[in-house]
Design a protein around this ligand. Structure first.
Ligand SMILES: [Zn+2]
Length: 335
């Protein structure tokens, strides 16, 4: 099969062997894989991985083979896969059913081979069936959508929370925004792309701010919130420089949620956080069932978020497009 292999320096398409199944695994013939900021961070050297590695983890495909201990009825099913593989089901976190933090977990496309290939072998417990009403391209949003839902699983929305400022309108920002709107929060959307800001407005953002055109985002957010600042500020931008504005955009006793880091370390003024008693939340992978239901029920719309589709052989062009175009929301590799 062909696969996009990263050797620590370059990403190239190479011929590799189809993975051999263990008794607990299924073989997925991949149909669509979404590109993610994490993939970009890996190939740009910001996120260390073992090499060589097949990257990619937002996957959808069809099961074409199953290991000896896996139910044969999975054959032919349209599925997505969670990314935290190699779960031991016995550690401190597993005992609390927090499998995404299992101490032995290995993330697909980050710690072990991922999905930018024709086939991937994954453990059967990671698999979720998707209905035919969700296309393979749309299904690549399930992993990031689950992460978007996890934002509010980790951070409660309290009665006094009326306004959320979202920094960064990539797919994660636009998915979180839709969930926030369903929770009756007013959304202030911050990004440097007029196209993305227009899309945020279309989805229902009350206020949009172009960070490249404004001197002080926090001043504008304070002005919009009667001088208080937003009750919740969520960062999906992964931009270390945005953090100062994020802290000053948050109201006293408000909440900051960091969704995206991409491997950067960044200085932060703790005094302002402590004096104003701001709580910082973080979260990553989330509930797939909820994400599938969100797409199925059409509570979440992803059609507007697909930017462009490429073939696997065009992987370099796909990443170039991702890197260079500020308006990119989502790139999907059709396999
Ligand atoms: Zn465990």
């Amino acid at each position: 099969m062909i696969a996009a292999l990263f050797n620590g320096k370059d990403l190239t398409i190479q011929e590799v062997e189809i993975p051999k199944l263990t008794k607990n695994q299924v073989l997925i013939k991949l149909k669509a894989v979404g590109l993610c900021g994490t993939d970009l961070a890996i190939i740009e050297g910001h996120l260390p991985t073992p090499t060589p590695i097949i990257i990619g983890h937002e996957l959808a495909g069809e099961i074409v083979d199953v290991g000896d201990d896996v139910d044969k009825s999975w054959l032919g099913k349209r599925v997505v896969s969670e990314i935290n593989s190699n779960i031991d089901f016995s550690c401190y976190y597993c005992k609390q059913h927090i499998f995404t933090q299992c101490i032995s977990r290995k993330a697909l496309g980050i710690d072990i081979n991922g999905a930018l290939a024709e086939y991937i072998a994954v453990e059967a417990y990671l698999i979720h069936e998707i209905p035919t009403s969700i296309s393979y391209s749309e299904a690549t949003f399930i992993e990031p959508l689950a992460a978007a839902y996890q934002t509010f699983e980790m951070m409660p929305i309290d009665e006094g929370d009326k306004t959320v400022a979202i920094f960064g309108l990539g797919k994660l920002g636009l998915l979180i925004m839709q969930i926030a709107l369903h929770n009756n929060l007013k959304v202030i959307a911050v990004d440097g792309s007029e196209e993305k800001l227009a899309l945020a407005k279309k989805f229902g953002a009350s206020r949009v701010i172009n960070r490249l055109k404004e001197n002080s985002i926090s001043y504008m957010i304070q002005e919009y919130t009667e001088g208080l600042g937003a009750d919740i500020v969520i960062d999906t931008s992964g931009n270390p420089d945005a953090l100062r504005e994020i802290v000053s955009s948050c109201r006293t006793r408000g909440k900051i949620h960091i969704k995206s880091t991409h491997g950067f370390s960044t200085p932060i003024n703790l005094t302002d956080l402590v004096v104003r008693e701001i709580t910082i939340y973080t979260s990553r992978c989330g509930p797939f069932e909820k994400a599938i239901e969100g797409l199925k029920s059409k509570e979440i719309s992803v059609k507007e978020l697909i930017f462009k589709e490429f073939s696997l052989r065009q992987i370099k062009d796909a990443f170039d497009s991702y890197r260079k175009n500020r308006n990119v929301i989502k790139i999907i590799i059709k396999i």
